[in-house]
Design a binder for this molecule. Structure first.
Ligand code: UDP
Length: 424
């Protein structure tokens, strides 16, 4: 098919420079035996060439995880590379629709939109030689069709699904499933995300993880956090609640605003901070950001901030540390790294009772799971009214994060998958 508009095609897949990081630095955060296991797995896979393919190098959970995983993979002895597929708005408009549809939206790509998607699969498939790698690991639906276009290549294929596939639009799923056949391993965050019709032997349940040592999660005192948030106009002397999320209907920022209004009746002076970055593959983001600002109206105690206001990693850390309560009030959520990020900082967390948030919070034990704006409002009020009880729950959550949701455990699952694919 001839493209309607000329597309500037790169001569090869752009690679991300992810730097280096010694695994040894993580030793004190690991559960016993994990470090030795990782070293051993690295030895078994020494020199293995692994190419990861994803849609963007910044913004959102996928990029976040990759920036930690790739350097550690290199440190244990593999030769990893991370390539970013080429796409323009016409492609990302389709992949956003595809993403939403696979998470249950009734809209489904039209034939013309599928044709656009396939055109970009072909374009990107031509930008690298899969036989140069022992394993090619493809992330999410955006580039998922590349493997089928290289069916003769001398490599092995893995697929990482970062989204909630528990109630997909059946038409969209049916169109995607044949594209997934070449993948010898598929990672899913939760068992219920493995779609009906997916080759069962290939499905592995592997939740993602947070990096305890990156700038966003490193230890930051409440004093320093207060100093930072003050720069954005927030009053550290008054209570504040925060949600850190892309501006997306499923993250429910409007619901967070409503819940904050409910809780403010019990806690006058309560401030709200909504932090969100605008990712390159998220054209709807700006639109939803505008809707959020409009929903708040003129209220000096609510702050809507983005990367464009200078909110980077250290600032996200500061807002999470300074918050009396962190929310992730999603109505659908693949995993929700922000939940583990906040628990790791010992903050009380209120999460939507959906998807991967349920893997991270046990309601009433390590946080609150809520099904409505009213429940969220009541939970905020309760957490602020009894900070000692809320802190005890947060600590229970933190210990679970230490065990299950830190990067070295995620690295181990990747290495096990490569070993499986290579029969090593
Ligand atoms: N994030 C950020 N700045 C923002 C918004 C989000 O750094 O303004 C980070 C957030 O801390 C988390 C990731 O982006 O590490 C979002 O991952 P999550 O799994 O919560 O959601 P996703 O965007 O992948 O749906």
């Amino acid at each position: 098919m001839t493209p309607k508009h000329p597309i500037p095609i790169p001569s090869e897949l752009p690679r991300v420079d992810f730097g280096t990081r010694p695994l040894a630095e993580y030793r004190t955060t690991l559960v016993p035996g994990m470090y030795e296991e990782l070293v051993e797995l690295g030895r078994a896979l020494a020199g293995a060439r692994v190419l990861h393919l994803s849609a963007t190098a910044y913004g959102g959970g996928v990029a976040e995880i990759m920036h930690t995983l790739m350097p550690l993979m290199h440190d244990v002895g593999l030769r990893p590379e991370w390539g970013i597929i080429h796409g323009t708005d016409e492609f990302f408009d389709v992949t956003k629709l595809l993403h939403n549809s696979l998470q249950g939206d009734e809209r489904t790509p039209t034939d013309e939109q599928w044709a656009t998607w396939h055109r970009y699969q072909e374009l990107n498939a031509g930008l690298f030689e899969p036989s140069d790698y022992d394993v090619v690991f493809v992330h999410d639906p955006q580039p998922a069709g590349i493997a089928r276009l290289h069916s003769g290549a001398d490599t092995t294929w893995g697929w990482r699904c970062h989204i909630d596939l528990s109630t997909p639009n059946p038409r969209t799923l049916a169109a995607l499933l044949p594209e997934l056949e070449p993948y010898g391993v598929g990672f899913f965050h939760r068992q219920e995300y493995v779609p009906a019709g997916y080759a069962s032997g290939a499905a592995w349940v592997v939740p993602p993880a947070i990096d305890p040592l990156n700038v966003k999660n490193m230890a930051l005192s409440r004093h320093d956090a207060a100093y930072i948030v003050r720069h954005f106009g927030v009053d550290p002397e008054r209570p504040m609640i925060a949600q850190v999320s892309r501006f997306d209907p499923w993250k429910d920022p409007l619901g967070v605003v409503d819940a904050w209004r409910i809780a403010r009746a019990d806690h006058p002076g309560l401030q709200l901070v909504l932090v969100g970055s605008l990712a390159a593959d998220d054209p709807e983001g700006q639109q939803y950001l505008d809707a959020t600002i409009a929903h708040i109206g003129d209220d000096a105690d609510a702050f809507v901030l983005t990367n464009l206001d200078g909110v980077g990693e250290v600032e996200v850390n500061a807002f999470q540390v300074a918050a009396g309560v962190v929310l992730q009030k999603s109505t659908r959520e693949g995993f929700g790294l922000t939940v583990s990020e906040a628990l790791w900082k010992g903050r009380p967390v209120i999460g939507g009772n959906v998807g991967g948030i349920r893997s991270q919070i046990t309601d009433g034990v390590s946080g609150w799971l809520v099904d409505s704006v009213e429940q969220a409002g009541a939970a905020i009020s309760a957490a602020l009214a009894d900070p000692a009880a809320a802190a005890a729950m947060a600590m229970a959550g933190k210990e679970q994060v230490r065990e299950r949701f830190l990067t070295p455990r995620y690295l181990r699952d990747h290495l096990l998958a490569y070993r499986h694919l290579l029969g090593a």
